[in-house]
Design a protein around this ligand. Structure first.
Ligand code: FAD
Length: 453
C-alpha cells in the first residue's frame, strides 16, 4: 500500500451526508478520500430536493398567470414546455455540481469517481485500486424501490419525472408518501390529468390526521383523482399506456405511471459481507447513536441507515461523526423535532407531535385556525389555509405545529426554533403579531378547538 493510497478517512458516497462529513473531517486536519459512483451532489442536488423544487416553481407560475388579471394585469397566456425546463434545470444542476466539487477541493478533500466496494475492515476498492483508511464512512443513500408489485419496474420513478422531454396527458401515481403527493400536485398544476392510487385511506401516512385530510382535499381541488384504499396487484404496459390492476378487480388506466411506492437503501455491490455487516428488514445498515455499524472502524450515515431520510439529517449525522472522530468533541445528531415539508400546493409543513401522539402522552389542548388567505380570497379562489398548534396542558409547552397553506415551510422553519427552545403557549400569546400575514394566526389563537384528557 502506497502512502498516496492511505487516508485517515474514506467516505463512500458524495451526497448530502458524505460531502458534509468529508469537509468537516478535512477541516479538523484529516486526510480524506471521498469516492462517488456517479456524480458529486447525490440525491438531494441531482435527483431530489433541488430539481423537485425547481419543478414546483415552474408549476406555481400557472396560478400566477391565471390570477394576474384579477390583480389588474391584462390576460396572460403562456404554454409550459417541459423540455425547456429540463434543459434549464440541467444547466443549474451542472453549475451546482461544479460548486460542490470546488468546495471539496478547497477543503482539501480528494475526490475519486468510481464504484466503491469494501474489501476488509480498513480497505476499500475502486477502479481496480485498493485504498486504506483507519475509518470508513458509508454514505451511499437510497434509490427508488421498484419491486413492490409485478410490472412496477416499467413505471417512471421520481428520477425519470425530473428528466422529461414531453408531458404525458394523464399520469397515475402509485403511492401516497411525500414524494407521491408533491409530484401529483406539481404535474396537475402543469396541466396533466393526475390520479393517485394508494393503500391507506388518506395520503401522507405518519403526518397529523387533520393535515392528511386537508392534503387530500387540496389534491382534489387541483383536479387529482384519488383512489384510496387501493391495493395494487399488477402493472401492465400496452400500446396506449398502462393499466394498474387492483385486488378488487378494478383497472386504472393512464398514459404514464409514476412509481412512488418508496425508497430502499443503496447497498448493492458495497461489500458489506466482507466485514460482517448484516442489514435490517428494510435493507438498511443498523447503527448506534454515534452512527457506528457493527464492524469496527466503519460508520454509516444518511438514507442508507433509514433513520430520518432527509437532507439536513444526513448532513447533521455526517458532521456529528466528523466532529466526534476528528474534532475531539463528542456530538450526536439530534433526531427529535425534525421539521419537514411537503412541497405540494398549497404546501405543508410540520414539526413535533401529531394530535394522536400528543394525546397518548397526556392532557392536550389543540388550537386550530382555518381561513381563506387574503391573496386567494381576492381572486375568488376557494383555497384555504389550515393551522394547528398542539399544546401539552401540563407544561403549557407547544409540542406540535402543523400547517397547510402558502409559505408553510418558510413559516414552520422559523417556528421550529421556538419548539427546539421549549416555547410555551404563553410565549406564543405574548408575541406581537406581524400584520397582515398568515403566520400571525399562530400567535392569535386564543381558545382551544379541542381539549383531550
Ligand atoms: P445521497 O444524497 O443519496 O447520496 C448517496 C451517494 O452515494 C450518491 O451520489 C450515490 O451515487 C453514491 N453511491 C452509492 N453507492 C455507491 C458506491 N458503492 N460507491 C460510490 N458511490 C456510491 N430531503 C429533504 O430534506 N427535503 C426535500 O424536499 C427532499 N425532497 C426529495 C425529493 C425526492 C424526489 C427524493 C428522491 C428525495 C428527497 N429528499 C428530500 C431526501 C434527500 O434527497 C435524502 O434524504 C438525501 O439526499 C440523503 O443523503 P445521503 O447522503 O444519505 O445520500
Amino acid at each position: 500500500m502506497t502512502a498516496a493510497n492511505t487516508f485517515d478517512l474514506i467516505v463512500i458516497g458524495a451526497g448530502s451526508g458524505g460531502i458534509a462529513a468529508s469537509r468537516r473531517a478535512a477541516s479538523h486536519g484529516a486526510k480524506v478520500l471521498l469516492i462517488e459512483g456517479t456524480r458529486v451532489g447525490g440525491t438531494c442536488v441531482l435527483r431530489g430536493c433541488i430539481p423537485k423544487k425547481l419543478m414546483m416553481y415552474a408549476s406555481e407560475m400557472s396560478s400566477a398567470f391565471s390570477e394576474a388579471s384579477a390583480f389588474g394585469w391584462s390576460e396572460v397566456t403562456s404554454q409550459f414546455d417541459v423540455a425547456r425546463w429540463t434543459q434549464a434545470k440541467d444547466n443549474e444542476l451542472n453549475r451546482l455540481e461544479g460548486v460542490y466539487r470546488q468546495m471539496l477541493a478547497n477543503s482539501g478533500v480528494q475526490t475519486l469517481l468510481g464504484h466503491a466496494r469494501i474489501t476488509g475492515e480498513r480497505t476499500v476498492e475502486a477502479n481496480g485500486e485498493t485504498y486504506r483508511a483507519e475509518r470508513i464512512l458509508i454514505a451511499t443513500g437510497g434509490a427508488p424501490s421498484i419491486d413492490g408489485i409485478p410490472g412496477l419496474e416499467q413505471a417512471w420513478t421520481s428520477d425519470d419525472v425530473l428528466q422529461l422531454s414531453a408531458l404525458p396527458k394523464s399520469l397515475l401515481v402509485i403511492g401516497a408518501g411525500y414524494i407521491a403527493v408533491e409530484f401529483a400536485s406539481i404535474l396537475a398544476r402543469l396541466g396533466v390529468h393526475v390520479s393517485m392510487a394508494y393503500r391507506a385511506d388518506l395520503p401522507l401516512r405518519g403526518f397529523d390526521e387533520d393535515l392528511r385530510a386537508q392534503a387530500a382535499q387540496a389534491l382534489e381541488s387541483l383536479g387529482v383523482t384519488l383512489h384510496a384504499s387501493a391495493r395494487s396487484q399488477a402493472l401492465s404496459k400496452h400500446a396506449g399506456g398502462f393499466a394498474l390492476r387492483l385486488e378488487d378487480g378494478t383497472e386504472l388506466q393512464a398514459d404514464a405511471v409514476l412509481n412512488a411506492t418508496g425508497r430502499k437503501p443503496n447497498i448493492r455491490g458495497l461489500g458489506l459481507e466482507s466485514v460482517g455487516i448484516a442489514t435490517d428488514a428494510s435493507g438498511a445498515i443498523p447503527v448506534d447513536a454515534d452512527s457506528r455499524t457493527t464492524a469496527p472502524g466503519i460508520w454509516a450515515i444518511g438514507d442508507v441507515t433509514n433513520r430520518v431520510n432527509l437532507t439536513p439529517v444526513a448532513i447533521a449525522e455526517g458532521r456529528a461523526f466528523a466532529d466526534t472522530e476528528f474534532g475531539g468533541r463528542h456530538i450526536q445528531a439530534n433526531h427529535a423535532n425534525v421539521a419537514s415539508a411537503v412541497f405540494c400546493s398549497p404546501p405543508i409543513a410540520t414539526i413535533g407531535l401529531t394530535e394522536a401522539q400528543a394525546m397518548e402522552r397526556g392532557p392536550t389542548d389543540v388550537y386550530v385556525s382555518q381561513f381563506r388567505p387574503m391573496k386567494k380570497a381576492f381572486v375568488g379562489s376557494q383555497e384555504r389555509t389550515y393551522m394547528k398548534l398542539i399544546v401539552d396542558r401540563t407544561t403549557d409547552r407547544v409540542s406540535g405545529i402543523h400547517m397547510l397553506g402558502a409559505d408553510a415551510p418558510e413559516i414552520i422553519q422559523g417556528l421550529a426554533i421556538a419548539i427546539s427552545a421549549g416555547a410555551t403557549k404563553r410565549d406564543f400569546d405574548n408575541t406581537m403579531a406581524m400584520h397582515p400575514t398568515s403566520a400571525e394566526e399562530f400567535v392569535l389563537m386564543r381558545e382551544p378547538a379541542r381539549r383531550h384528557g
